[in-house]
Write a protein that binds this ligand. Sequence first.
Ligand SMILES: [Cu+2]
Length: 149
Amino acid sequence: MNKNVLIAGVVIVVVLVAGFLLLKGANKPAEMATNTTVENNSTATGSASESSSSAMAGEVKAFSVVGSSFKFEPAVLKVKKGDTVKITFKNSGGTHNFVIDELGVSTKVLKAGAEEVLEFKADKAGSFEYYCSVGNHRQMGMKGMLEVQ
Ligand SMILES: [Cu+2]
């Protein structure tokens, strides 16, 4: 009789432990799934343009281009056709902008210290000159080349 009670006790403990582990195991993936959903939602609402571009073929290529009197750094940017090009143009001194005629891209004319982000799709191959359209800056050498391969 004592032996039976002992066995019954062990069985109950085993069942409780197994049940606890099962519950723990079942809860964890559910928590993770909830977190993933929340992250996805925040990404989607955070930037509609970013999520739509990443859904298309091609990568997002991000560059930081610094403009000063009278040059761009870097003066050459290379991407692949189909890439989404994201350029953060920073004006480190003077009054400048960033223009690519062939792609219909341009920033506003920025004061020293200001910056503007451009985002566009490189949907045709070729070499496209970017330049500053303020005054005679382009003639002074304030230009560079976006190469789409
Ligand atoms: Cu300029």
